[in-house]
Design a protein around this ligand. Structure first.
Ligand SMILES: [Zn+2]
Length: 113
């Protein structure tokens, strides 16, 4: 295996400096000596590629989606309450807010499938 060894990114869990580990059969893997996070064993430098790969969510995290959905729910309640008052301006403001929040909820990474 003549591939040049690529530099290892810091540990995604603890930001520790990882080590390249060598098994008896020539397998290699990457392990963080601080928190113990490690890749699976690979027969080649795929261990480094696996270690350096960072998951990036395609959409918003669940906690943020829940907060935004709660805000949309509250905005709909305000919209309902202001309707009988025939307060068009207030209704319009809540509608704009709801549209904006729903737009945020619909956001996805552009290259996501
Ligand atoms: Zn670590």
């Amino acid at each position: 295996m003549t591939d040049e060894l690529k530099p290892l990114l810091p540990c995604p869990c603890c930001n520790g400096t990882p080590s390249l580990m060598y098994g008896p059969g020539g397998d290699i893997w990457v392990k963080c000596p601080v928190c113990g996070l490690q890749t699976e064993m690979h027969p080649n430098n795929a261990a480094i590629t696996a270690w350096n790969r960072r998951a990036e969510p395609d959409g918003l995290p669940e906690w943020l989606r829940e907060k935004i959905q709660g805000s949309i729910h509250n905005a709909y309640e305000c919209l309902d309450r202001s309707a009988p008052l025939n307060n068009k301006r207030s209704n319009r403001n809540w509608s704009v807010l709801i549209d904006a929040l729903e737009w945020v909820l619909s956001l996805r990474r552009e290259d996501a499938e």
